[in-house]
Design a protein around this ligand. Sequence first.
Ligand SMILES: [Cu+2]
Length: 502
Amino acid sequence: MKMSRRGFMVAGAGATLALSGCGQEAKPAQAGELLRSKAKLPAPFQVPLPIPPVKKPVRSDAKADYYRVVQRKASREILPGLTTEVMGYDGLFPGPTFDVRSGRTTVVEQVNELDVSTVVHLHGGHTPAPSDGWPLDLVMPANGGHTERHVMSGGDMTMGRRTYTYPNTQRAATLWYHDHTMDYTAPQVYRGLFGLHLIRDDEEDNLPLPKDDREIPLVIADRAFDADGSFLYPAAKDGPGVEPAYMEGVIADVTLVNGAPWPVHEVDAVRYRFRILNASNARRYELAFSNGPAKFVQIGSDGGLLDLPVEHKTVVIAPAERFDVIVDFSQYRPGDEVTLVNKLDNNSNVMRFKVAHKAVDESNIPAKLSSYAVTPRPAGVVRREWRFRRGGGHSGWTINGKAFDPAVMQAQVKLDQYEIWTFVTDVHHPVHVHLAPFQVLSRGGKTKVAEFDHGWKDTVDIRPAEVVEVLVKFTAHKGKYLIHCHNLEHEDMAMMAAFETI
Ligand SMILES: [Cu+2]
């Protein structure tokens, strides 16, 4: 059964290591292969930027808010004039945004009205194991739909629905939730199973940051479309994974922001706060403004506010990373247009801002953002090495030479003590750890914090043949958790490992 479930081991056997953008460059910008749309694509900057709706609880009590989400198919107009069938939380693409308070529990009943099994993971959440989205804790379709792929065992399977409990016992931060079904995460996220989960707290509320309609999520994801508007995805013909040509990852030719292709958004000539999430399966971006003086002032990372703001001319963001930034449009005049581009893809378009009016701006970027302290490197702690490589005895992707096996715990990790984890790569791998955030201690042997490693991280963008050390400490929750590559094609093709907190 294991061999059939992992049919890609056979399917990908003859594939060679292909790096797009490779050639002269020793370190290509991207692990992935470009998938081109067959649909007629719109001109950029025609579609207004949508803002995902904030999810409302069905009820609340003294300690918790209770929500109900229905995972279902829906027809949505993503490309103007065409319809795309999505698999969405509440049928939305992206799903609704949870906007919650630190320390207040969120209880979500997830109802599966799709025809495939699903799992929900709150990415960046400090979540008890039964609600963390173990990849075999499958929520089976409510309609009883049944295909061969559902015959997987070893998890806590539920029929039709499952209730996830998130204590939100963590700092204010930009989290996201997405599908985590074993072997099928990549196609299911691609078709729409992702959304934002924002945690707020008093420390952040007391800062004079831009808020309300000047605080905007930018969820960036690339997708390809067939001529009829449906999603194109190069799934393997039999079993999980993708066609051998896409082993490196699927990168696509349409850039969506909040589900709209190359959108446009009208802004006042003031400061804005953008919570940027890279929800792409495999694509990395180096975001830049193509014209004018705008820059990014980073105020937060995956795990919440930085201690001090950090200025960037460009922002390099790997799959699953978040950058919380302030952009000041006061340097522009009404009528100016400011285009956000991806420098890793020949300055291709991402979206455009149109500066409409001068306006009063009472926001500010404080010199000190948060009171958290950077932890110095401790001596005498447990160290572990995690090697992210292709192959290692089979043709998928492996960690420490092993394909993901839910029955194997690669580490037993004690709660409440620091450990230093070392990540080693062959090609680009964005490495994600469940349950606890970490701080990057060194990259490529250098201990000065690299430009995009500031603050608490839960995903770190590791470049080809690179070594990154992080400091991590797990707290509160005992159980089975995951470390994996967040290039979703790599993840589905076994680049995931389980560890147990004890
Ligand atoms: Cu990877």
